[in-house]
Design a protein. Structure first.
Length: 197
């Protein structure tokens, strides 16, 4: 029996429409997690309204927008983070990047000591799973492009603030998945949700 976990499920697709594959996968994960007794909190980045940061000073000194306070609290609350997003132009969508820049700030979810940023990892003890959908074959992204943007996310953000271990699912050639392929991936995400993994 799996011990219940507090799970934060972040849908990073800028379009919050329910017909998006990312939404379907998030639904499957949430269903599996809830059925196994895990506590699931969901956030859809595309449904949030917030400004884009335009300077280092704003990032370091300005308050987090009120619309994102709940996101910061949810990151501190969770024991496991699941982040889903489509690969756009080789990276996460700009809106998701802007969201993460707003939410992960020095002194709150990132070490405030600029002289020694490795001294304290405010979100240590939490694990994460990153699920990325893409048009290209997943193997090409992983081996030819070396999954550069996902590796950067894992190393420069998630790992930097303390998430470990971090697991990744790359879902390629989404336009050719068909209903059977979508159902297979939904089943995999449902099983991962049941495990709280």
């Amino acid at each position: 029996m799996v011990e219940p976990r507090r799970i934060l499920l972040v849908e990073g697709h800028p379009d919050p429409s329910p017909e998006r594959l990312n939404h379907r996968l998030a639904e499957a994960y949430a269903e599996g997690a809830a059925a196994s007794g895990h506590l699931v909190h969901r956030l859809a980045v595309g449904a949030l309204d917030f400004p884009v940061l335009r300077s280092a000073q704003a990032w370091e000194r300005e308050p987090v927008p009120p619309s994102l306070k709940a996101s910061q609290e949810a990151l501190q609350w969770c024991e496991h983070l699941v982040l889903l997003f489509p690969l756009w132009m080789g990276d996460m969508p700009a809106l998701l990047k802007a969201y993460l820049e707003q939410v992960v700030r020095p002194g709150s979810l990132m070490a405030a000591d600029r002289q020694n940023p490795f001294a304290h990892k405010p979100l240590a003890g939490r694990s994460a799973r990153v699920v990325v959908t893409m048009g290209m074959p997943a193997l090409a992204y992983r081996w030819f492009y070396r999954a550069h943007s996902v590796r950067s996310l894992e190393r420069n953000l998630l790992g930097f603030v303390g998430f470990a271990p971090i697991h990744t699912n790359l879902i390629g050639q989404v336009d050719g998945l068909g209903q059977r392929g979508v159902d297979r991936w939904a089943q995999r995400l449902r099983a991962l949700g049941a495990q709280g993994a």
